[in-house]
Design a protein around this ligand. Structure first.
Ligand code: FDP
Length: 373
């Protein structure tokens, strides 16, 4: 190949094939938005892989919208996503987990047809430990073209998502994507590439190469993931489910289970995509003012769409995650997702009238403190 021929964009070629049959304008817009996200994630992957060498470890030194101190890599990833999305003509606005309000695109705010929500760096407690981390993203329609979107425009249930995905920065960097036509996996191929688009070298850009085009989550599993240190704060249906798994062969399930907890949702979901399993971050009463941990728009909804598109199920225990309409940009929800048979069982436990789902909320650590007799 001579120097004047631009290299092929393998991601875009795969998306063109994948989106055949979609209205051409809609398909082109979606391809360009996904390419913008993917390009940002190449740069995040580059910085994450260098870690301390790129001065990307440690705290950023300022408090974020959740009054938590973000890591340097959270801030770097957030900036890289923002700069890539601002250049995409189809993105009217984006909402990052790191910012209180959405950001309207200066150039494309009234014209773009997409809203993007993202968690720039999921699993950030794992950064310095060199354990897998990721970026989660969701593409929603901007329904009122001609007007600059505000926070209210993002208050859409997960089943409205046009596309969703995550990029996992692990031993390999992978993008797992759904455009509501099943789930695709792309591997990031750096071989021969030195230029990440940041002008740091002469080589060709790395390529996203399609490695799987129809991910299916096995319906049966013997593996679950939960932060068991919170056990005493869980509601009864979760207590029952986990106790039965732990009882194994000698309990009502009559089979042994295995437990995992990486503390990176992207890594847990990817394991489930690969071999099945259940991921639970249920409601708990540790901090009564904040009974739920994961964010609906930036984490739960995109993961739910991916899991459902791969044949799994995603719920908060009583409702499908994709049916929940957010009240606020940073609303948190219980998340229970994975292999369908197990999620059906957990939903059944929540529906069981003998399991009072809210019993713990009325105990002493709650907002709803019962008056003393
Ligand atoms: P993190 O805050 O480190 O970004 O998004 C929240 C999340 O990670 C998930 O990725 C992860 O599953 C969970 O929090 C870990 O929670 P614990 O600290 O309770 O283990």
């Amino acid at each position: 190949m001579n120097n004047t021929t631009p290299p092929p964009n393998l991601l875009d070629e795969a998306l063109q094939r994948h989106l055949v049959g979609m209205a051409p304008d809609a398909a082109l817009a979606l391809r360009e938005t996904i390419n913008a996200i993917a390009q940002a994630c190449v740069r995040i992957s580059d910085v994450a892989s260098l870690g301390v060498l790129a001065d990307a470890h440690g705290l950023a030194g300022e408090r974020d919208v959740h009054s938590e101190e973000p890591k340097r890599l959270d801030v770097i990833a957030d900036g890289l996503m923002a700069s890539s999305l601002s250049a995409c003509r189809h993105v009217a606005a984006w909402a990052s987990q790191e910012h209180e309000q959405p950001h309207v695109s200066h150039a494309h705010g009234t014209k773009g047809g997409h809203l993007v929500v993202f968690d720039p760096l999921d699993g950030s407690s794992n950064i310095e430990a060199n354990i897998s981390i990721g970026t989660i993203f969701s593409v929603l329609p901007h329904r009122y073209r001609g007007m600059a979107p505000g926070a209210a425009d993002f208050m859409q249930p997960g089943h409205q998502q046009i596309a969703a995905g995550y990029v996992l920065y692990g031993p390999a960097t992978l993008m797992v994507l759904t455009c509501r036509r099943g789930v695709l996996v792309f591997g990031l191929d750096w071989r021969g590439a030195r230029d990440t688009g940041a002008g740091n070298g002469p080589g060709a850009a790395p390529q996203w190469v399609l490695t799987y085009d129809d991910v299916r989550i096995p319906e049966h599993t013997r593996e679950f993931a939960i932060n068991a240190s919170n056990q005493r704060f869980w509601e009864k249906p979760i207590q029952r489910y986990v106790a039965e798994c732990v009882a194994g062969d000698s309990g009502p399930r009559m089979k042994d289970f295995n437990m995992r907890w990486v503390a990176s949702m992207v890594a847990e979901v990817h394991r489930i995509m690969t071999r099945g399993g259940v991921f639970l971050y249920p409601r708990d009463t540790r901090e009564p003012r904040r009974p739920d941990r994961l964010r609906l728009l930036a984490e739960a909804a995109p993961m739910a769409l991916l899991v459902e598109q791969a044949g799994g199920r995603a719920t908060n225990g009583t409702s499908e995650l994709l049916d929940l309409v957010p009240d606020t940009l940073h609303q948190r929800v219980p998340v229970i997702l994975g292999s369908k048979d197990e999620i059906d069982r957990i939903v059944g436990y929540h529906a069981d009238p003998s399991e009072n789902v809210s019993w713990q909320l009325f105990k002493t650590r709650s907002l709803f403190v019962q008056p003393q007799a």
